[in-house]
Design a protein around this ligand. Structure first.
Ligand code: FAD
Ligand code: NDP
Ligand code: 3IO
Length: 401
């Protein structure tokens, strides 16, 4: 029996004793660690604030989204994608795969459980996790805590001078589904990461008029070169060459395939694409067509925003741009510091303090899965290590009983 219910004496809140780890998050990270644990005979309880698995993918991404790394880098441990899946599976296919993954591994998350605090009770040697459901709170108590809430848990919403004066709709890209709602409209898209670029492309396809804010520099790489994924080329080269040299080769190849982007208002950072991904979490853009639309003038590139006014924004070069709507493609942040108390394993930015590849294990039975800034392949490698470590302790514990 995995769960035991008891009544808390201090408050009327129900208490659940968890036999095995408490996993917070039912995205790819939480599902894969729970599946790897089950494969070793270790039960766990997976909690998610949403009402479904992989809520980032199901509820907070746009319709045309596809994985942008080749499928082989995005599979979770123990289950390949179905053979008929294309090289870059669609969002629907990826979600179907994740649901099948959970079902096949017997992982049944507890939904509508938003974790609001977790702290280690040193006297008892146990983690106490509070989760709020619809109108009630539950306390989960267990020996291990696995943090799997992800790098994209909350939206970054910058404050802009004059934002209240703008007057039109302002939304974050997590609410964007398709350009249908923006036909014929001038849309200011703030941010030029993969989201900003792909939303601009989608807006063009729906006859909207996007302008994209590029306030600083960004690496844009072709998704493929002569039919080979740029990401695969990078992974291959990293087997023989140091990262800085692979970065130099990638930038050279990008220059050959994409030309000089400065003419389009897109400057390259001085640091390399992989170096910036690893050190600052800045993902290079893998171009799937936005550049061609910038070249043709369908997407206008504009510099940073100084302030908003009614019906538009003033830019850092003094120009003014009119807009009917604003979409913030300004990124995401971790929410771990909001709920994990009394532990300094995570920084105030919500990432493990210890750098990759050692950030998966903390003290007192605390673990993290999915904070490596290495996408789904980072998720899988963490999940395998964490499950192995907990299963080893579990087997020792049960063998001494
Ligand atoms: C648009 C987009 C596209 C991407 N495409 C790729 C790609 O092609 N390839 C790739 O390798 N990576 C990609 N990524 C990176 C992405 O981080 C991974 O795809 C993946 O979703 C990470 O899994 P995760 O489980 O760590 O986080 P998530 O998928 O974000 O799952 C975390 C879960 O935790 C839950 N949660 C958060 N806070 C709480 C709380 N306090 N209490 C309870 N539950 C909570 C959330 O509801 C969520 O279900 C993409 C990211 C985005 C935003
Ligand atoms: N097809 C796919 O697989 C896709 C994958 N993704 C992934 O999702 C993750 C998140 O991507 P994304 O949503 O693009 O977020 P990112 O964090 O990658 O990009 C955020 C962008 O917003 C800009 N920005 C932030 N604040 C401001 C501001 N105040 N004014 C102007 N610009 C600002 C940043 O500029 P600066 O760099 O100057 O801070 C940056 O260009 C990434 O890992 C990405 O690869 C996203 C979409 C599609
Ligand atoms: O799409 C993402 O967000 C990813 O994190 C995938 C990813 C991991 N490592 C990379 C290096 C270059 C481009 C994308 C990724």
């Amino acid at each position: 029996m995995q769960l035991a219910m008891a009544s808390s004496s201090a408050a009327s809140r129900p208490v659940v004793w968890v036999n095995g780890p408490i996993v917070v998050g039912a995205g790819p990270a939480g599902l894969s660690v729970a599946a790897c644990l089950r494969a070793r005979g270790v039960p766990s309880v997976v909690l998610d604030r949403a009402d479904c698995v992989a809520s980032l993918w199901q509820r907070r991404t746009y319709d045309r989204l596809r994985l942008h790394l080749p499928r082989h880098f995005c599979e979770l441990p123990g289950m390949p994608f179905p053979d008929h899946y294309p090289e870059y599976p669609s969002k629907r296919q990826f979600v179907d795969y994740l649901e099948a993954y959970a079902a096949a591994s017997g992982v049944e998350p507890r939904f509508n459980q938003a974790v609001t605090s977790a702290r280690y009770d040193a006297a008892a040697g146990l983690w106490r996790v509070r989760a709020d459901g619809a109108g009630d709170a539950t306390e989960y108590i267990g020996r291990w805590l696995v943090v799997a809430t992800g790098e994209n848990a909350e939206c970054v919403v910058p404050e802009f001078e004059g934002a209240k004066e703008f007057g039109g709709p302002v939304s974050h890209v997590q609410e964007y589904k398709s350009g249908e709602a923006y036909r014929g409209k001038r849309v200011l898209v703030v941010g030029c990461g993969n989201s900003g670029m792909e939303v601009c492309l989608d807006l063009c396809d729906h006859n909207a008029l996007p302008a994209m804010v590029v306030r600083d520099s960004v690496h844009v790489l072709p998704r493929e070169m002569f039919g080979v994924a740029t990401f695969s080329v990078a992974v291959f080269l990293l087997r023989f060459l140091p990262l800085w040299l692979v970065d130099k080769i990638l930038v050279l190849l990008a220059r050959l395939f994409l030309g000089n982007l400065e003419k389009l208002g897109i400057r390259r950072p001085s640091g390399g694409p992989l170096e910036l991904k690893n050190s600052r979490g800045r993902t290079p853009v893998l171009d799937i067509g936005a550049l061609a639309r910038i070249r043709s003038g369908d997407i206008e590139v504009v510099p940073g925003i100084r302030r908003f006014f009614r019906g538009g924004a003033e830019l850092t070069d003094g120009r003014r741009v009119a807009a009917d709507a604003v979409i913030l493609a300004t990124g995401y942040h971790s929410n771990v510091p909001q709920w994990l108390k009394g532990s300094d394993f995570f920084t105030e930015d919500g990432y493990p303090r210890v750098p990759f590849p050692h950030g998966w294990k903390g003290e007192s039975g605390l673990y993290s899965v999915g904070f490596t800034r290495r996408g789904l392949s980072g998720v899988s490698s963490d999940a395998v290590k964490v499950a192995h470590d907990i299963a080893t302790a579990w087997e020792q514990q049960t063998s001494t009983l």
